[in-house]
Design a protein around this ligand. Structure first.
Ligand code: PMP
Length: 429
């Protein structure tokens, strides 16, 4: 597998893009052989700039739900594009899409559209503050809610005041949540929660129903808003709110990534309990009301309602998890496979510095399978049983290959440097 084009693009990028790349799609923290640039995608597959094809277990970090370039969604997008996209006002599609989401997501009485997940989580925070007239927001320690100054995990370029009223609690830990709420006194605006604990670098955790219910009750007694950040997990757990099964309804939920199957749109959904606050904030963007992503979303949501895309992904995820466990055991490895099977986190037992995980990801990449060593992955509905079986077969070979050179594996230099920086008191937490 050659990556000459990728190397050339990286060299050019270094001159015209800071560090050659930024943010979550930078390969800085991925194994060295991972390509940075991709030239095309179709269904469950991506092609790098050199034309190498991979079965993609990242799905663009979430946006590809039905598979890349799903023809049904693309036809809807093309039809709208023929009429217009970014106009002087929104298209009728905006109202239809808002009605669709309100019908599908139990707690929602209204919707505001935006572009990225960060827009939606930031609007959630502002709406909660406007609604309550209070300042403090609680977030689970280590949870990701976006890249704005109030929530970015890398504080460079922000000031302490940006986070002055953002405090943390431990996910799934009722006592810690209660203590944080008590500490906030009568100044609590909101509690943020992810549908499940999907932080990077650690095992994923299902939400403890007692924690979810307590968060709701604490918001009820204090008047604070409960915000569920569905940006990553939304519509991959359920066809509506991810906490509906727990019987817990948030006041606000932030959605993004996949509900237009890769077309750029996100949304803040809210209950009447926060309608006034949401109506009071000034929220907008030049591209937020573009019609093409809305048309794509309406079609994606129809497919979500009318097909077994979710059950299909779960079936494949179960097959993958079982197959990988068996394959790993064959070479003496024990995997830590956590999270919902359709959003798997795969790490190795006894691999604190990720050297085995990185080596395995590189061996998988060399076999045409793109897996991530420390971020949760995503299945998509375009994957097939044959894709899963091919993955398991490749994994068996990859486990064998790393077992043979286990003593020679070294940790990834950039990851080690980052872990050391995180361990210093100034940047911890
Ligand atoms: N919340 C969660 C849970 C996310 O996973 C992400 C993106 N990974 C965001 C918010 C921010 O979304 P975006 O990158 O689209 O701004």
């Amino acid at each position: 597998m050659t990556r000459m084009q990728d190397a050339a693009l990286r060299a050019r990028a270094l001159k015209v893009i800071p560090n050659g790349m930024y943010g979550h799609e930078s390969v800085r923290l991925l194994p060295d052989s991972f390509p940075q640039f991709f030239s095309k995608a179709e269904g469950a597959y991506i092609w790098d700039a050199d034309g190498n094809r991979y079965l993609d277990y990242m799905c663009a970090y979430g946006p590809s739900l039905l598979g890349y370039r799903d023809e049904r969604v693309e036809a809807a997008a093309r039809a709208q594009a023929a009429l217009g996209d970014t106009l002087t006002g929104p298209s009728p599609a905006m109202v239809e899409l808002a009605e669709t989401l309100v019908a599908m997501v139990d707690h929602a009485d209204w919707v505001m559209f935006c572009k990225n997940g960060t827009d939606a989580t930031t609007m959630a925070m502002s709406s909660a503050r406007a609604q309550t007239g209070k300042r403090i927001v609680l977030v689970a320690k280590g949870a990701y809610h976006g890249a704005a100054p109030w929530c970015t995990p890398i504080p460079a370029g922000t000031v302490a005041e940006d986070r002055a009223h953002v405090r943390t609690y431990a996910y799934n830990d009722v006592a810690s949540l209660e203590a944080a709420v008590a500490d906030a006194g009568d100044d609590l605006a909101a509690i943020f929660a992810s549908p499940f604990r999907h932080d990077a670098f650690i095992d994923q955790e299902a939400p403890d129903p007692a924690y979810a219910r307590r968060a709701r009750a604490l918001c009820d007694t204090t008047g604070a808003m409960l915000i569920v950040d569905e940006v990553r997990a939304g519509f991959r757990i359920a066809r509506g709110s991810s906490w509906a099964d727990l019987g817990v309804a948030p006041d606000l939920s932030a959605w993004g990534k996949c509900f237009a199957n890769g077309h750029p749109i996100s949304a803040l959904l809210g209950s009447d309990s926060c309608r006034e606050g949401a109506g009071a904030i000034y929220a907008t963007g030049s591209f937020w009301l573009s019609a093409v992503p809305m048309a794509a979303a309406i079609e994606t949501l129809r497919i979500i309602r009318e097909t077994d895309y979710l059950e299909h992904m779960i079936r494949l995820g179960d097959r993958l998890r079982a197959g990988l466990d068996t394959a790993a055991a064959g070479s003496g490895f024990v995997l830590r496979q956590t999270g919902p099977v359709q959003m798997p986190q795969i790490m190795f037992e006894g691999d604190p510095d990720f050297r085995v995980g990185y080596a395995w990801a590189e061996e998988m990449l060399a076999r045409g399978i793109y897996v991530h060593p420390w971020h949760n992955m995503f299945l998509c509905a375009a994957m097939t049983e044959a894709d899963i079986d091919r993955t398991i077969a490749a994994a068996r070979d990859a486990f064998g290959a790393i077992a043979a050179r286990r003593d020679e594996l070294v940790p990834h230099a950039v990851l080690v440097a980052m872990a050391a920086a995180m361990a210093t008191p100034e940047t911890a937490g």
